[in-house]
Design a protein around this ligand. Structure first.
Ligand code: SF4
Length: 248
């Protein structure tokens, strides 16, 4: 059941955003469609709201919806210098097909510079530090200029994401975080992509359910945990979502 937009709008007009008020709005929107959650976010935060994508299937669905509801929305991606060529091709296809306004977010640290400071192939020895340098810190700096961000995370992706709210407080970035697809299943995501004939990363057809940096992404066998191909099974999160889920 979708929550009445006008009712929600009235209820949050005087709200000061903090973990509790965000949780209350998230509860109120529970059962709503992703479109309703997005409209709520745009109504309350535009133009100070951006969408994040790693070009996974959830991001494709959200970009499709965003392109129909508020096409001028900036969609940012973290360019680690280690993305698959297929990922850049998909980015360019999304510009053509959906008119997405992408913004590239980069650490400002080249791979040779990282190797000089931390040693070669840091991702093999210390993937947490590598993700901090190439993803978490650049994203934190970028988000500092906004009030809310939109992500494609879903509850059934990992144990850490099981309690994800449709709207929640991002403790790390001290801002509102919208997860419009939190309650969706993997099947719903792919049904939407197929129904609307949306482009997606061709690597998904070759056993890669979850795709990040080519250095830390492997195909998985049918029936395996879709995220087990990331970081060789050593971890399941790069760190950009963790602080939103539990209190610091
Ligand atoms: S996914 Fe791997 S290569 Fe990419 S930033 Fe994280 S550790 Fe580094």
């Amino acid at each position: 059941m979708d929550v009445s937009q006008s009712k929600l709008s009235r209820s949050v007009e005087t709200v000061e955003w903090n973990p509790e008020s965000a949780k209350q709005v998230g509860f109120g929107l529970e059962g709503s469609s992703p479109e309703t959650v997005l409209r709520w976010g745009f109504e309350h935060f535009a133009p100070s709201i951006v969408m994040a994508t790693g070009f996974g299937p959830e991001g494709i669905v959200l970009m499709h919806l965003v392109s129909e509801i508020r096409p001028e929305t900036i969609v940012f991606y973290l360019d680690t210098d280690l993305l698959f060529a297929h990922t850049y091709e998909l980015r360019d296809e999304l510009v053509k097909r959906l008119g997405i306004r992408f913004e590239r977010v980069h650490s400002g640290i080249s791979l040779p510079e990282q190797a000089f400071r931390h040693g070669d192939k840091l991702w093999e020895r210390d993937p947490d530090t590598c993700c901090q340098i190439r993803k978490v810190i650049p994203q934190r700096q970028f988000l500092a200029g906004y009030s809310a961000w939109i992500t494609g995370i879903r509850r059934d992706q990992t144990a850490f994401r099981a309690n994800t709210g449709l709207v929640e407080w991002d403790y790390a970035n001290k801002m509102i975080k919208l997860n419009p697809l939190a309650a969706w299943t993997n099947d719903q995501v792919w049904e939407h992509i197929k129904t609307h004939d949306l482009p997606y990363n061709v690597l998904h057809d070759y056993g890669y359910p979850s795709i990040g940096c080519w250095t830390c992404t492997n195909p998985v066998e049918s029936g395996q945990d879709p995220r087990s191909g990331r970081w060789g099974g050593r971890k399941t999160e790069c760190g950009i979502h963790l602080p939103s889920i539990g209190k610091q």
